[in-house]
Design a protein around this ligand. Structure first.
Ligand SMILES: *Cc1c(COP(=O)(O)O)cnc(C)c1O
Length: 377
């Protein structure tokens, strides 16, 4: 079978494959002041707070747009004018947080490590001890650029010990990797509807310690991205300030029901770990090598080195896999020539094995004998 008759499987960091039932949830119209919709919105916010272990301490403020809108809203709202942010960078998403600060004119400093190296919590502690002007720290839980898992519990402990505030970009991990505020203290976490929670794209959300949000009134330089204002208004009447992405929200509510039915974070994480293991084992059997050693690899997306075989052309490889019904992702690394294959979304062992079969057939078609990269210099 070389021609697919259904939508392709998305082995990417998003948008991701969603279930038929999530898509079906969108086949209706709702008014934004409708009681049914207001109840769905309230339930969604409650479930997201519960997923982060924030009941009684944290609130969920959703925001229209892609994940970056939520990250930018989190920083604009929570960083006061006289605040200073320490940005922990080991990939494109950490860099994006620094860029957000550039636009808004926030004071910030960075700790930057290569894309295949996790952030070192002792370096964070040292930076906080050195610079008393730093009020907040921004960390990315899983850096989707490479798929590396940062040691968030240790980073959070260092930030808490220094009496500073942690803001987490948990976009690519929330719902699949544990992040519970009772164990890993944070002021805020940003994520979106369309990564490990398997909704459709179009909405981000920030889970914020209520006391921190109350203190953030007037911080945001942008009306659209002011989470304090969004929160106040939603608390008043249960409604969004501006047109809500209503179909996205209703589909997300269905996606959260399916997440619960799968066993929550533990169940979802187990499926992704299994996807990741099958993928890595299968690719290694064809000679491919992963950028990261297994102990640094999050079960979200895997970076593979480009094969050295002169018959290998990435564009042809990509197009042939697409023709067979599997969409992979180009690399985004500066440290190595690479491509990525995701393990998240509504797919399991059968689809990953199918993707491996498609890779095998494609290599044969191209005349590539092995996926092995050039030997490391
Ligand atoms: C996907 C992602 C984002 C948000 O990207 P958008 O394209 O704006 O949805 C932010 N941070 C991380 C770590 C991500 O994986």
């Amino acid at each position: 079978m070389t021609e697919h008759s259904r939508d392709p499987w998305l082995l990417t960091p998003g948008p991701l494959t969603t279930s038929a039932t999530v898509k079906q949830a969108m086949l209706h119209d709702w008014g934004s002041r409708d009681h049914d919709f207001i109840a769905i919105n309230a339930r969604m916010r409650r479930r997201l707070v519960d997923l982060a272990g924030g009941e009684g301490t944290h609130v969920c403020v959703p925001i229209q747009g892609s994940g970056t809108f939520a990250v930018e809203a989190m920083i604009s709202t929570l960083l006061p004018a006289d605040g200073k942010l320490l940005v922990l960078i080991n990939g494109a998403y950490g860099k994006r947080i620094a860029k957000i600060c550039d636009y808004a004119g926030h004071a910030y400093t960075v700790i930057e490590t290569p894309e295949d190296t996790p952030i070192d919590p002792t370096a964070v502690a040292a930076a906080l001890a050195r610079d008393s002007a730093i009020t907040h720290v921004a960390a990315v839980q899983c850096e989707t650029t490479s798929g590396v898992l940062n040691p968030l519990p240790e980073i959070a402990a260092a930030v808490a010990a220094a009496g500073r505030h942690l803001l987490v970009d948990a976009m690519s991990a929330f719902g699949a990797l544990p992040l519970d505020v009772r164990q890993v203290p944070f002021d805020a976490l940003a994520a979106s509807s369309n990564k490990c929670l398997e909704g459709v794209p179009g909405m981000g959300f920030v889970i914020i310690r209520q006391a921190a949000l109350e203190a953030a009134k007037g911080n945001a330089p942008s009306l659209s991205l002011d989470l304090h204002d969004q929160w106040q208004s939603m608390e008043k009447n249960g409604q969004w300030r501006f047109t809500p992405p209503i179909h996205v929200i209703v589909a997300f509510d269905q996606a959260l029901t399916e997440h619960e039915a799968e066993g929550g974070v533990a169940g979802r994480g187990a499926r992704y770990r299994e996807n990741c293991r099958i993928l890595i084992d299968g690719m290694r059997a064809m000679g491919f090598e992963t950028l990261l050693p297994d102990r640094l690899q999050a079960p979200i997306i895997v970076t593979f080195h480009m094969p050295v075989d002169p018959q290998f052309h990435f564009e042809t490889f990509y197009d042939s896999l697409r023709g067979r019904g599997y969409v992979i992702y180009p690399g985004k690394l500066t440290v190595a020539d690479s491509f990525r294959i995701g393990c998240i979304g509504r797919l399991g062992a059968t689809e990953i094995r199918g993707a491996l079969e498609a890779v095998r057939a494609t290599l044969a078609e191209m005349g590539v004998k092995s996926g092995a990269p050039a030997k490391a210099a």
